[in-house]
Design a protein around this ligand. Structure first.
Ligand code: TRP
Length: 418
């Protein structure tokens, strides 16, 4: 994954020709993909072929040319998530760069469904990336905390709403600790801010039929009615008119959404309705999934603490989890490893380094040495521990400084300088 090796074959029928804006897949049933692979906002399983996903979803590959353009426009090196193809797909980012160059500023929108008290490394990555985009474009960021979504979609149907609100405020601390600019970042809890969103929620709900949400999200007749309505709540922040105080009533501020690709159904629906409402379609930047410690095709699960590294894990726990649980692509014995080398593509310590080690040369050196069998599994694990320990401990120190007052400041409804 060190190189951006995911460009789709141009011969594929549904892929958009290079440079041309992709047509979104129709809202409704998607072309049949591999039945062993599931990618929905609620379930990701199987070995995901990201090239196929681009074709199936009708998005565009985030090409090295577009990344180079982003570097030129921002005047700074691209984030390593872009250099390494971790963000691999997009919709209309080229158009947003055109607008930016013409002097029209966009805002960034991302969010978090509060389902656990602490975030894990995989949850952290979209916020790290959004913070980079905020700095690179000096952009306003809005962050939605969907306590309503988690309440409606939780399998534990007895869990009280207040619980998700509490988790949302805990998550807000982790998000703020990523270093967002307090002058340009607005965070909101859905149940608090819903009054301002509601006019757009209504407009969106009237423009989408029951058949459409069933087709896009796979809802069934026995799902609660809140689920069917919720997608409009996640769509509404894509319209700048949902933030009348922030944007001084402007209805035309373009929106860019960085998210993991599993969130795309929400935004396919959004992009379907925005033209009908006289609003601009949001642009999207899609990331690949962050793998569980046990490797691809296993799940990071909140109920199994050993499947993920949490941001509140101590240095000692981080070390133990990596040494004990990280799936290894190394040889079964030292002799075999020295002779045949490691399979870096399935190796979790290596994969995690592609996410968290910024230094391209060092990453390249590790890849070469490990693949050749000169570096041992214990050594690559030690390299990962050396990267993650300061990351997690630094995060904990910054999070400890986030008081209730700081959260309230980020959540205050206030005008913002675009
Ligand atoms: N649905 C997302 C989740 O479950 C939360 C979310 C809300 C979101 N709005 C978003 C994610 C915008 C990305 C972009 O975590």
């Amino acid at each position: 994954m060190a190189s951006n090796g995911d460009a789709p074959s141009s011969a594929a029928p549904a892929a958009s020709p290079a440079g041309a804006p992709a047509r979104d897949a129709p809202a409704g049933a998607l072309p049949a993909g591999d039945p062993t692979v599931v990618v929905t906002p609620w379930e990701v399983s199987g070995i995901v072929d990201y090239t196929k996903l681009i074709q199936q979803f009708g998005s565009s590959p985030l090409t090295p040319e577009l990344v180079a353009r982003l570097e030129r426009v921002t005047g700074r090196p691209a984030h390593h998530f872009l250099r390494r193809g971790i963000y691999f797909s997009h919709r209309d980012v080229d158009k947003m760069l055109d607008l930016h160059e013409a002097g029209q500023k966009f805002y960034l929108y991302t969010g978090r469904g509060p389902s656990s008290a602490s975030l894990h490394l995989g949850h952290l990555t979209p916020f790290m990336f959004t913070k980079y985009l905020q700095d690179a474009f000096d952009a306003v960021v809005v962050i939605q905390l969907t306590n309503d979504e988690k309440f409606l979609f939780s399998k534990e149907t007895k869990r009280p709403l207040e619980e998700f609100t509490r988790l949302g405020r805990e998550n807000a601390k982790d998000i703020i600790a990523c270093g967002f600019n307090p002058e340009k970042t607005f965070m909101f809890m859905d149940t608090d801010y819903i009054g301002s969103l509601y006019p757009n929620v209504l407009r969106i709900q009237r423009a989408v039929t029951y058949n459409q949400v069933k087709g896009i999200f796979g809802f069934t007749d026995s799902d609660n009615i809140g689920k069917h309505g919720f997608p409009a709540v996640q769509a509404a922040p894509c319209l700048s008119s949902s933030f009348p105080v922030l944007f001084g009533g402007r209805t035309d501020v373009p929106c860019v959404v960085p998210c993991a690709i599993d969130q795309d159904p929400y935004f396919r629906m959004t992009r379907d309705v925005t033209p009908k409402l006289g609003a601009r379609k949001p642009a999207l930047l899609h990331s690949k999934f962050f793998p569980a410690l046990q490797g691809d095709n296993t799940k990071m699960s909140a109920s199994d603490a050993s499947s993920a590294i949490y941001l509140d894990d101590s240095g000692k726990v981080v070390k133990k989890k990596i040494n004990k649980h990280a799936f290894s692509g190394g040889g079964a014995t030292v002799e075999e490893h020295r002779a045949k080398g490691a399979n870096v593509d399935v190796d979790i310590p290596y994969r995690y380094l592609t996410f968290f080690l910024d230094d391209d040369e060092e990453l390249d050196r590790i890849r070469t040495e490990y693949a050749a069998g000169r570096m041992l599994t214990g050594e690559i694990k030690a390299a990962l521990i050396a990267v993650l320990t300061p990351l997690v401990e630094g995060h904990q120190a910054r999070r400890a400084a986030v008081t209730d007052e700081v959260i309230d400041q980020f959540m205050a409804v206030r005008p913002m300088q675009l």
